[in-house]
Every structure is written in structure tokens, then in C-alpha cells.
Design a protein around this ligand. Sequence first.
Ligand code: GLN
Length: 473
Amino acid sequence: YTLCLNRVQMIKSLNAYITLTNKISQVQLEESAQRYMKGIPRPMEGIPIAVKDNFCTKNTKTTCASKMLENFIPTYNATVVQRLLDSGAILMGKTNMDEFGMGSGTTESIFGPTRNIWGSHLIQEVNSNSEEAFSTPPDDFYISGGSSGGSAVAVASGSCTVALGSDTGGSVRNPASYCGVVGFKPSYGSLSRYGLIPLVNSMDVPGILARTVGDCRSTFDIIKGWDPKDSTTLQRPLNKSKLKKTSSKLSKLCVGIPKEFYCPELSSEVSEAWRDVADLLENCGFRVVQVSLPHTSYSIACYSVLNPCEVASNMARYDGLRYGYRATGKNLNSTESLYAATRSQALNQIVRGRILAGNYFLLKENYDKYFVQALKLRRLIYEDYVKLWSTGVDLLLTPVTLSDAPLFSEFNQKDSRAQSADQDYCTQPANMAGIPALSLPVRLSKRNLPLSIQLMAPHFDDETLLDVAELLE
Ligand code: GLN
């Protein structure tokens, strides 16, 4: 704990944390010590964790990195947070993110961007084994990825052992990939969303970021399972792993390489890493085959309709009356003007743009043309996967991101829609289909930045996914 606390101090300039919870943690730490002395430690006794700032934490600010919730203090814990605390974990703090989870760089936070630890001078202090001098051009930095960038940097820097993020279109896997940690988005329905401030209810999944697959698994084991407070959680156990390891032989699982993920923007380094991991799997005895998921390229367009529609409905609660920021100023003499002023003062342009777009798509005359069409398309994307599993494919191997972490200056040249189109291309289909997916670091790029690959598995085959990832690690 003390080591992690030192790291928290060392990495302040990276802006990974929004709120630090040292005081609360100190009390818990004493309890943990007592339990150790009595010989009754719980599974995560004394393990330092960090939590993205869109999970409700009792008596601790939960801001969603927005002015709207800048002073919001929940009265309860999200189920996944509660389960971690009940098992003895110690909360180090709440981590930075894109406002309300809308973004892929952790560059859109009212608290300022989170910087990637890779390329920062801190990497040498934190990772004393590193021989290379990593550095970024002056006044620039590599982005951490997002929207759970704070959690990824918190783990990568060693300021906590595991962190929670949320993944709606790739927000756990993308920053995990850029920061060189493992990022696991479990099956939709395996983890409770109760207390996770929603972005897109039908796609949001709490995710886990850790340095090893084993740490992801232990954390997952503690937080997974049915929650009466979230009706979409699964009431039965997850499927057993299909990977059987008998003495020196592995069961012959079939790994698909979907050809649609070879997109023109894919960097040669990522594509090489992808091919090498496929070869590695083949050498381990897996059957590796090329497959097709024909509707993959429609995923971004489909998401850009469904996301704003759910956002428009979810954000209606921020009206300046019930909770959150309330506008001040003159001419607030009608409810409508209060709503309008509150939202324009307290939400960034991306959030407001999505609310506007969503309400447009949901207008009576547009509903069938946009919303219903997008739902149909989502079904086709989902069916691509179902059909594939029925042909005997057990897992998929794809890139996570199209390149290593971009510089802030490169990333910021594009508008938010172009950023999402690039950043989420490989990650988002898993959210459309609700399937488990994991980002695994494999090597360093020429710029000495982490490169990762993605594994995906059928719905509720999370155990198989974790087993194969562990094998590759
Ligand atoms: N980049 C996507 C968006 O902006 C996904 C974000 C996420 O997964 N929370 O909506």
C-alpha cells in the first residue's frame, strides 16, 4: 500500500486520478492489518485498487469528469465496488476519464487530459529496468487512450494492482492497449451495472484493468455474478472453460482470424504482431483459420446512431433540478431556460452534440429511418458472430487499436467522430454483440510503446477467453 501511495504521488503530473481517497483508505488499512493478525484475511485483503470516476462510491465524489457532477457525492456504492471493498480491497482513488465516457483518449475531461506513462520521463523512475530513454517531444505527450485512461495509467504506473473501467465501445481495451496492461471487458450480463453511471445501457460493461491476466481473473471472480439490482445480470454460472490441458497436450481449440479487421489504416507493426500471435497459437496446437464477419465495417455507423439515442434518453436526468449542477444567471425564468442554461454551462460539446443527435434520430419522423434501421443492423452484426460460433470457431484473434498510442497533437487534429471511427473500429463490435473481449500487451513498437492484440469469445465463454489469454501471456 505504501509503495502504491508513493507512486500515486510520483505520477501526479500524469493526471490519472481525479480524487484521492487516502483518508478513507487509512481506516480500512488498519482493519486489514487486524484481519491479517487474526489470520482471517479476505480474498483481496489490503490490495490497492482504483475505480473510474463513473462508478458510484459512497461518500466519495463521483464526477464522470463533468462539471455537471463536479460536486456529486453518492450515498451508495456500485455493486462491483461494494464487492471489492467487502473482499478487503483498498481504494486509492477515482480515476480520470472522458466526460461521461464519451471519447477514446481521456482528453475530454474537465480536469484535463491523462498522459500516458509511456514516453513520460516518469517511466524511468517507475520502471527501473528500462534501459531505453523514453521521451516525447517537448510540450506533447502520448495519449493514454480512453475513456478509462486514468485507470490504465493508474495500473501501468504501479499506483494500484487492479482498476475498474467501463467499456461501451472499447473504453477499457483501448487504454489498456496504449498503456501496456491487460484490459478485460467481460460478457454483457456477467457483471452488475448497478451504480455505474450509464452511457449506453445496452452496451455498457464494467471492465477490469490489471498487469496480468491472473489478476483480472481473480478480480472478476470476486465481482461477477447475479445482482438483484441489475435485471440484466445472469442468474446461472458462466460456461466452463473449453481449454483442457491434459499433461503436455492442449485441447484443439479453433481460433478465427476475421478478414474484415485487416483495414487500410492498420499499422504494419500491429499487423505483424497480430500475425505472430496467430503463428504462436498455431504452434501451440490451436487450429487457426481465416473467417469472415461481413457486417463489421457497419459497426461504427450503427454505433453512431444507437449511442446518441441512448445518451439522449440517459442525459435527460441532468436538468439542474434534481441533482448536479444548476445554472445561475439572469433570464432563468422558465423551466426550459433553466434546463438549457444548465446543460450548456455544464456539459462539453461532445456530450451536447450527442444529446442533440439522439433527439433528432428519435423524432417521430426519423425513428424508423435511423433508430430502427440501426437496431436491425446491430442484429446483423450480432448474427455474424452467432453464425461463426456455430461453425466451430471457439475464439477470435484481432487487433485492438490500429497503431501504438498517438501523440496528443496527432490525436487532437481529428474531430471526435473521426477519432472514434479510428479508435473503436476493432473494439466496438464486441459491445454490439455483448461478447467478452480482452486486450493483451504483446511487445513494444519502434517508438518503444506497447502493442497489444485482442481476443474475443462467445457470450459467457469468459473462462475460455481468460485461459487462452493466460496461455499467451
Ligand atoms: N469511443 C466511444 C465513445 O466515445 C466508446 C466509449 C466507451 O467505450 N465508453 O462513445
